[in-house]
Write a protein that binds this ligand. Structure first.
Ligand SMILES: Nc1nc2c(ncn2[C@@H]2O[C@H](COP(=O)(O)OP(=O)(O)OP(=O)(O)O)[C@@H](O)[C@H]2O)c(=O)[nH]1
Ligand SMILES: [Mg+2]
Length: 583
């Protein structure tokens, strides 16, 4: 299936973190109402899965970038087949719509392997990569109610706490999964939540908001599939038979969740309880009538039974904590400020890679690096201006450009945008960042020649080859905002890049029409005429150029003059470099 698909980039980025078999993948199945994500009672998820919720998505798809695969229909078999075969730190991608999330915005959830099994050191490395490197707005820590306070859980909490500190804090939701194992005649939900809160707060940075929500993920998955008449195994049918309504009450009352979520869940519980009671009473009367008076009542009775079963499932789903989880996600706001703060290296040992053994009893440690910055973080500008971002060595950057670009036109365009960006950095008061601005210009189209359908989406992977600073990655991606990705230009450099990319093409084309084949004698009036002439260089979008000027808060005239000036000033240097590389 070949088609242009732009997965969501901004919005919430949630990491599902938890020990092996705590139920991370089952939670996704519960949210989806289908069993598409491989789950099982042993180390199951073996790689990072990036699940992109797109409210507009009407056909669930999946893709394995490690094999350059196209998008394919989502299925449990396909994910099982890919699980563990992907390249290190290259997640398989799933694009879908979680049908019960109400808010119309993208949400990315990363499913990770349980990092605590000594048999699979690579699982741990994947999870630690996700924890330390991915752009996250929230962590959802999944704990297994059937196995609380284990050594593995303790080690994972300690490492998670270190990373949270290094990232400057991240909001945390603790999901207590498998709540169905609680025997409320012997245990108190309130006490369990209190203990967990105390344990977790010992590890996370002071002041971290800790929400705690018990859920029954497996039950919800099965009840939702029952409603859809999906085929269930005998185990699943049996599993879904029993639910303790008092437990559901206790979960709702004692969960540490926002009050409006609790109120909404209470109202829904009450509605389903009423329908359940009503249908039960109605069914009993019909049974009586059918037996004593009119056998035809049997038929109506069957329909009423269906309503009763439906109400039963819906009440159970609501009581299971998953509705609260969905409303909780809907109520979250991306907190990029915190998510994007620079991490400090706190874990000195390198994360063990494939075939390496982790040390016993520890969830392991990874090399902590700076997390990728947010698409919408307003602090980017401050961060960039107070602390000049690292530009890659130019030879290295050029070698990367040439590795993936053979077309002379593409090389020339890259060199032009590079030179213009360097020139404008100085002109606009960012002289200390000139190399960084230039690198963004040089590498902005790195993926276009080979992956035109994945322009700006493939780029982060290619830039990772030279260890590009995450701000560079963000800048490169943001130049395709609204065209091929939704990383928004926020820093002034990114807005300049967005504006001049298309415009340098137009100016270059106009220069070629001149006897001198140069910008050196081009008047601004001539450029304005070319800009207005829609037939001239029709491939250069005037709308994009106009929107670039708007983003910068410049008039169109100012943008045209600035870009033309920059091209005049840099043209000779670019010619010289091109002739050097030709010879
Ligand atoms: N009793 C009970 N079992 C559950 C629940 N949720 C999940 N399970 C079971 O727990 C086991 C592990 O579930 P997974 O979803 O594979 O767990 P995971 O955290 O993704 O595990 P890894 O991928 O190996 O890290 C499966 O057998 C599930 O059926 C629940 O709410 N209650
Ligand atoms: Mg899993």
């Amino acid at each position: 299936m070949k088609r242009r698909i732009t997965p969501p980039v901004s919005g919430l980025h949630i990491l599902l973190l938890g020990c092996m078999s705590s139920g991370k993948s089952t939670i996704l199945n519960a949210l989806l109402g289908k069993g598409d994500f491989p789950a099982g009672n042993r180390a199951t998820t073996a790689q990072i899965f990036k699940i992109m919720h797109d409210p507009e998505c009407d056909e669930p798809l999946c893709r394995n970038p490690s094999t350059e695969g196209d998008w394919q229909p989502l299925s449990n078999e396909r994910l099982k087949e890919w699980n563990g075969t992907m390249k290190e730190n290259v997640p398989a991608e799933v694009l879908l719509r979680f049908p019960h999330l109400q808010k119309k915005r993208p949400v990315v959830i990363y499913d990770t392997p349980g990092p605590n099994t000594s048999r699979y050191a690579e699982h741990r490395a994947e999870t630690y990569y996700a924890l330390e490197r991915l752009p996250l707005t929230h962590i959802f820590l999944v704990l297994d109610m059937a196995q609380l306070h284990t050594k593995d859980e303790e080690a994972l909490l300690a490492d998670m706490g270190k990373v949270m500190k290094a990232r400057g804090g991240l909001p945390l939701l603790v999901i207590l999964n498998k709540a169905d194992v609680i025997d409320i005649e012997k245990e108190s939900v309130e006490e369990i939540i209190g203990e967990i809160r105390e344990t977790v707060s010992q590890h996370v940075p002071a002041g971290t908001r800790i929400d705690i929500l018990p859920v029954m993920a497996k039950g919800t998955e099965v009840w939702r599939r029952m409603i859809e008449h999906d085929t269930l195994t005998s185990f699943e049918i049996e599993f879904a038979q029993y639910i303790d309504w008092r437990l559901c009450e206790d979960i709702r009352i004692h969960a540490l969740i926002p009050e409006d979520v609790r109120t909404s869940v209470s109202e829904q519980m009450e509605e389903w309880r009423r329908l359940q009671k009503f249908s039960q009473a109605f069914r009993s009367s019909l049974e009586y009538i059918a037996k004593r008076i009119h056998p035809g009542a049997e038929l109506i009775n069957r329909s009423v039974s269906r309503i009763h079963d439906y109400a039963d499932c819906r009440r159970a789903i609501t009581g299971s904590g998953i509705i609260a989880l969905e409303e909780y996600i809907d109520a979250l706001s991306p907190d990029w400020n915190r998510a994007s703060q620079k991490a400090q290296p706190v874990m000195t040992e390198a994360a063990p890679r494939k075939n390496e053994e982790p040390s016993a009893g520890s969830a392991g440690a990874g090399t902590l690096t700076v997390p990728i910055e947010s698409p919408t973080d307003p602090s980017v500008r401050n961060a960039a201006s107070s602390d000049a971002p690292a530009a890659p060595n130019r030879d290295t950057a050029l070698a990367l450009l040439r590795k993936y670009n053979k077309d002379v036109f593409h090389i020339q365009h890259a060199l032009t945008v590079e030179a213009v960006m360097r020139h404008l950095a100085r002109e606009l008061g960012y002289a200390d960042e000139a190399d960084f601005w230039a690198a963004a210009g040089l590498l902005h189209d790195i993926d276009f020649e080979n992956w035109p359908d994945r322009h700006c989406l493939k780029a982060p992977e290619l830039l990772a080859e030279i260890g590009a600073d995450e701000r560079l990655v963000h800048a490169v991606c943001s130049h395709g905002f609204g065209l091929c990705c939704d990383v928004e230009p926020v820093h002034e450099m990114e807005k300049v890049l967005f504006a001049v990319d298309e415009l340098t093409g137009l100016i270059g084309a106009a220069a070629l029409m001149r006897p001198s084949r140069s910008t050196s004698d081009m008047e601004i009036s001539s450029l304005k005429k070319k800009f207005k002439d829609k037939k001239f260089a029709a491939g250069c979008s005037r709308d994009v150029i106009r929107s670039g000027a708007e983003r910068l808060g410049w008039t169109l005239d100012r943008l045209l003059e600035t870009a033309l000036g920059a091209m005049k000033a840099t043209e000779a240097g670019i010619r010289e470099e091109l002739s050097r590389s030709d010879s």
